[in-house]
Design a protein around this ligand. Structure first.
Ligand code: IMP
Length: 422
């Protein structure tokens, strides 16, 4: 009887998959509104870890149907692999997954262009190479292929031919291996055929379910600081992971969303290039990476690690209108003598606590840290707030305070039941 969104509050990889899975116990429908196979949502089935890239994590709860919204860019090859993976765990996707007619399709051409741009560019973004940016370029250039186009094979073939000739006129064999593109086209077309049965009216399903008072979860991918409009541009993704993206990415009005839950890691990580004020290039950063297994779920790249950046997080709370916070990976901080929070930045001797004031000077800012005693005691698997060590409780309350948003869910380990609900 409510609509809840789950949104990454930092630079992605906050552990949204687990929180979505937790909330989905009571949910009938999960809808994703942006991004594509660049996401990697880790979930556990019978203690086995799996990573979902495009299908909302709700699919692993059998009571839940899923929508891939119009704001997404869908990769048919990756999607077929994901469906196979789920079926190998006896999770039935058929009749439970809706790819919206007007979501866009990532072709092998987009992946090639992504690779080419990243290899040639002087200022690399550090993309996931999944073709996301080029697919959104085509969308906004009104030259994209819609999921709807997959329902008419001859029309799809014409569009692909025209894309291929565009590609050959813009790039030569030194830039892009056209033979490789041609080879992958066969596989691509087969996958398009396989997923065509899932292409249905997601818009109508969402609104019908809402009218029937179903419990609906809206799943964000990536994170607020990677938002194309509000993130650390140009080191961002090409979509709107913030709550603003929900209305356009699903055709669902923002004023019908009852709760926006912000997911924050108890520290901060980022993958790819771009400014990261609280980054730790020392043994503490290394320790966070090791204990937190901070390696990209999609690309395997080591994540950059740092202390909790409350300046960026406060901005994120305002931007998204978070009504509550889920704090993840608290247990990763268990073995630190001190934990630090950055509550302001210093630039040229002046202190700032509003992110938007210094957003374009992030390479020059110096984080101002507040130091707190650590708890040096295990929080792993704790299930109630009362069981937590005193200093861990203080850390959580302090974060809640500086973010002016209540922390209501705390994750204390990767498993489904290692969670505290306050
Ligand atoms: P793209 O989305 O592949 O174009 O990559 C653009 C930027 O967003 C790069 O810095 C990526 O590392 C980052 N990015 C994209 N998806 C994710 C994600 O799911 N988690 C964390 N970072 C991401």
């Amino acid at each position: 009887m409510s609509v809840v969104s789950v949104i990454g509050g930092q630079w992605g990889d906050e552990g949204k998959g687990k929180i979505v899975d937790y909330i989905c116990r009571d949910i009938d429908l999960v809808a994703r509104y942006q991004g594509g196979a660049n996401a990697g949502h880790t979930v556990y089935i019978n203690n086995k870890k799996i990573v979902l890239h495009q299908i909302p994590s709700g699919i692993i709860r059998e009571n839940c149907d899923c929508i891939l919204g119009n704001g997404m860019v869908v990769d048919p090859i990756g999607l077929v692999e994901e469906i196979k993976l789920l079926e190998s765990f006896n999770i039935n996707v058929e009749d439970r997954m809706y790819i919206s007619f007007n979501s866009h399709i990532v072709t092998p051409f987009h992946k090639m262009i992504d690779k080419f741009s990243e290899s040639k560019s002087k200022s690399k973004i550090g993309t996931t190479l999944k073709g996301i940016g080029p697919a959104y370029v085509d969308k906004y250039n009104r030259a994209g292929i819609l999921a709807f186009d997959l329902l008419d094979h001859s029309n799809l073939n014409l569009k692909l031919q025209s894309k291929l000739s565009d590609l050959t006129s813009q790039y030569d064999n030194y830039d892009i291996d056209l033979n490789e593109v041609n080879d992958s086209l066969d596989k691509f077309k087969k996958c398009c055929q396989k997923i065509s049965k899932y292409i249905k009216d997601g818009f109508n399903l969402l609104h019908e379910r809402h009218k029937k008072n179903s419990n609906i979860l809206i799943e964000g991918a990536q994170g607020t600081m990677l938002d194309i409009d509000h993130g650390t541009y140009p080191y961002v993704t090409s979509s709107s992971p913030t709550s603003g993206g929900i209305s356009t990415g699903l055709g669902f009005p923002g004023n019908q969303v009852d709760e926006n839950i912000g997911i924050f890691k108890a520290y901060t990580t980022r993958v790819g290039e771009g400014p990261f004020p609280t980054e730790l290039n020392d043994r503490f950063g290394e320790k966070l990476r090791r204990i937190g297994s901070e390696f990209g779920a999609t690309t395997g790249r080591p994540r950059r690690c740092g202390w909790f950046d409350a300046v960026a997080a406060r901005y994120s709370c305002k931007l998204n209108g978070f009504t509550k916070i889920a704090l993840t990976k608290l247990d990763i901080l268990d073995e630190f003598d001190e934990v630090l929070i950055c509550n302001s930045y210093k630039v040229k001797g002046k202190e700032y606590s509003n992110f938007s004031e210094v957003q374009y000077y992030l390479n020059e800012v110096e984080p101002v840290f507040q130091h707190f005693p650590g708890w040096n005691e295990s929080t792993y698997g704790k299930k109630s707030f009362e069981e937590l060590p005193e200093n861990a409780k203080k850390y959580i309350l302090l974060l809640s305070n500086v973010l002016e948003t209540p922390i209501k869910i705390i994750s204390t380990g990767p498993k489904r039941n290692q969670i505290i609900s306050i």
